[in-house]
Design a protein around this ligand. Structure first.
Ligand code: ZN
Length: 222
């Protein structure tokens, strides 16, 4: 079973609760999939059973069409949040990390056509590889660089300044619908550049702030 890997200085349970995700939080990504820009965050949940260690090989579900990588900033919750204000949200962020919101894109498109929920496409076992979490410290949440290299080529490159809904606002809004508990994780959306994973791919995902590398994960695809 997945357990959070917590860097030194993080006070939080290592037990994962739920993973709350945000769809279309970067305009360039909404555009690349021909989706409209949302007026309110689009929220969905991945269960704890979808989480795996990002450093382990990523296993793509077989015979289910394309499986897209979506590299995202992940926020680890350290305190309970319910109808929270900005101060409470800031105090509840235990750490930040990287996540892949793996998505069976062909299946998701079929589900969207039928106006059905996305869980089959986004909540399967292994659908949420998570990195180690590091303390937020002096990092500005809205100036973080995310980058994904696939087989040496830059596939996704974005900065959290381009988010439609900034992290603090997202957490405030989420806490109005779902209580967030210590150990829960929030995925904050993906920048443009999503694409299909293929067996044998070598992935290098990084999170950095002011040119300082915070997290680097190398993994392979099965
Ligand atoms: Zn996503």
């Amino acid at each position: 079973m997945y357990k959070h890997q917590l860097a030194e200085g993080i006070q939080c349970t290592d037990v994962l609760g739920k993973i709350v995700c945000v769809g279309r939080n970067y305009a360039d990504h909404a555009k690349e999939l021909n989706n409209s820009i949302p007026k309110q965050p689009i929220l969905f949940i991945k269960p704890a059973t979808s989480a795996v260690n990002m450093a382990e090989p990523i296993v793509i579900p077989k015979d289910q069409g394309s499986c897209h990588h979506e590299l995202e900033l992940a926020v680890l919750i350290g305190k309970r949040l319910k109808n929270a204000n900005a101060e409470q949200v800031k105090a509840a962020i235990a750490g930040i990390g990287l996540a892949f919101d793996l998505t069976l894109r062909d299946m998701q498109n079929q589900l969207k056509e039928k106006a059905q929920p996305w869980e089959r496409a986004k909540a399967f076992d292994g659908a949420c590889p998570l990195s180690q979490f590091v303390p937020l410290a002096e990092v500005d949440l809205q100036n973080i660089d995310l980058e994904l290299k696939r087989n040496g080529d830059i596939q996704q490159s974005g900065n959290t300044s381009a988010m439609l809904f900034p992290v603090i606002n997202l957490l405030i809004e989420i806490s109005q619908s779902f209580s967030l508990l210590p150990g829960d994780v929030v995925l904050t959306g993906t920048p443009a550049g999503v694409g299909s994973l293929n067996a044998g791919d070598l992935l290098l995902a990084t999170l950095s702030f002011n040119h300082t590398l915070l997290i680097e994960v190398e993994t392979t695809v099965f």
